[in-house]
Design a protein around this ligand. Structure first.
Ligand code: AMP
Length: 508
């Protein structure tokens, strides 16, 4: 059987080709028949351009239905899809095009000149355009192509996509994902989260990332059901679409923003059956408030570009706030100390995973790939965490965010949780800054609430409040009060930016 991911998805498309797949903001509907035909035309175009199976198709475009069809066409034609964040500028783009060497680069019209220049430099033979309304030379060139296409034969290990990691340290790496990787995770999540006929997903995530492109879209396509396909998250828009939806996937910030609307509550969520959160830690406060206001318990899950999802809170059982649930079926997850020995429940260690969803390796970096896998084939995620007595996993943060002060390990989350619980605090981020005596000094950046309690916060007050709860070496040496934390498009707090920002201020 053809192991092409598209064949798997298409096998689950509804019998009726006029069933809706994507519902757009202006009310236009893409049926499953439309998706089949448009992806066939685009796949034919890609082949006609001379690309061969395994060649890369890079796209730096806004989220549109046509952009999703481009992804499907690329894998259907046997190519390797390479989505790029539209925020990337010259320096990043030059690296990605040079590194991945695509046979086709699809760009936005406003960056065409730069795309041509960099494509010429990197030897990329074809550049086409797709604008933010889903029009452009890509669509024009595909229009006359036949609207049937025999999906290219691919085996489980053949590559379907390369996703560059956000690369906060050093150069970003291209995670190679195979058809088998993506199919395995798609089937697991579809079953684990109980997707059912008639589900309607509210899709507001970006599609250059694993969360929006794979987790959300694959569940919908495998389910043969519909999604509201929105260009981006917008709380007011979400409020109007939620009463017509059954599932929403989001990063924690989406849920925080929904809760800011006093009108958001049970009535808005009356038709919903599932809210999923991930890509960054969901604050306990958000989890609790969401439950109190809507009656829904957000299901938090954990994963990464290098393998899709690894753990999830249960659909039917207890969803435990502050945890990311259990290892998913088919994913072996272990937590080990620096010597590679499994740690006991409650002890923080390094998270390692193995399974059919775990990526093939980093593009063009065999050495780096070898370093990131253990001798028995587990991938070192770089995340630290622990099991509780019932087997729920809690994430403590990235190992590179671990603060080592006077030779002792400090896990940011432990301190962040204490500070977050203080009156007047929205959230906090603990980082290590260079310190002449301690190596690193525990530093906390605290976001104040815009109210009297927030204004009453002081650096010494924060330290005094937590001093009795923590060993002395964990108590922050420096405290900064701010109005918000820097976040990337996936809602992750960018601690590297905080470290850069506050390092020069450390000599006080
Ligand atoms: P990315 O590859 O961009 O998807 O980022 C993956 C990283 O996001 C993981 O390695 C974790 O550090 C973090 N992450 C993802 N989901 C969660 C979660 N539910 N809680 C805490 N961190 C998470």
């Amino acid at each position: 059987m053809n192991q092409n991911l598209y064949s798997l998805l298409a096998a689950h498309f509804p019998k009726n080709p006029s069933a809706p797949c994507m519902i757009l903001p202006d009310g236009r509907v893409w049926t499953y028949g439309d998706v089949e035909r448009a992806s066939a035309r685009m796949a034919n175009l890609i082949v006609a351009l001379g690309l061969k199976p395994g060649d890369r198709v890079a796209a730096q475009v806004e989220k549109t239905s046509e952009a999703l069809v481009l992804y499907l066409a690329a894998i259907r034609a046997g190519m390797v899809f390479l989505p790029l964040n539209p925020a990337y500028q010259r320096y990043e783009l030059e690296y990605f095009l040079g590194d991945a060497n695509p046979g086709l680069f699809v760009c936005r019209p406003q960056t065409r000149a730069l795309a041509d220049e960099l494509a010429a430099k990197a030897g990329v033979p074809h550049v086409l355009e797709l604008d933010d309304a889903g029009r452009g030379s890509l669509i024009d060139a595909a229009a006359p192509q036949p609207d049937v296409f025999a999906t290219a034969a691919r085996s489980t290990g053949d590559l379907a996509a390369i996703l560059y990691t956000s690369g906060t340290t050093g150069r970003s790496k291209g995670a190679m994902l195979s058809h088998g990787n993506l199919a395995h995770n798609a089937k697991t999540l579809h079953a684990y989260w109980h997707f059912q006929p008639g589900d309607v997903l509210l899709h507001m995530l970006p599609t250059f990332h694993v969360h929006g492109l794979f987790v959300a879209c694959h569940c919908v396509l495998l389910n043969g059901s519909a999604m509201f396909f929105e260009p981006k998250f917008d709380a007011a828009r979400a409020m109007s679409l939620l009463p017509q939806s059954t599932v929403m996937m989001g990063v924690p910030t989406y849920y925080v923003r929904l809760l800011l609307d006093p009108g958001f509550g049970r009535e808005t969520c009356r038709s919903m059956r599932l809210f999923v959160s991930g890509s960054a830690p969901l604050l306990r406060e958000t989890f609790d408030e969401f439950k109190a206001r809507t009656g829904h318990t957000i299901l938090e899950r954990y994963g990464m570009t290098e393998g899709g999802m690894f753990t999830s809170n249960p659909y039917a059982g207890e969803r435990r706030g502050g945890t990311v649930g259990f290892p998913l079926p088919g994913t072996a997850l272990r937590i080990v100390d620096a010597g590679g020995t499994a740690v006991k429940p409650g002890v923080v260690g390094n998270i390692q995973v193995k399974g059919d969803n775990v990526f093939v390796g980093y593009w063009g970096m065999p050495e780096k790939t070898r370093e990131e896998f253990t001798a028995d084939g587990f991938f070192k995620t770089g995340d630290m965490g622990s099991f509780d007595a019932d087997g729920y996993v809690t994430i403590s943060g990235r190992s590179k965010d671990l603060v080592i002060t006077g030779g002792l390990n400090v896990y940011p989350k432990e301190i962040e949780e204490l500070i977050d619980a203080m009156p007047g605090v929205v959230e906090s981020a603990v980082i290590g800054l260079p310190h002449p005596d301690f190596g690193e000094a525990v530093t906390v950046v605290v976001v104040r609430q815009n109210n009297a309690a927030g204004r009453a916060l002081t650096e010494s007050g924060i330290i005094a409040a937590i001093k009795d709860s923590l060993a002395n070496f964990k108590v922050p040496k420096w405290v900064y009060l701010v109005d918000e934390l820097p976040r990337n498009a996936m809602g992750k707090v960018q601690k590297n930016i905080l470290r850069q920002q506050y390092s020069p201020m450390k000599t006080r």
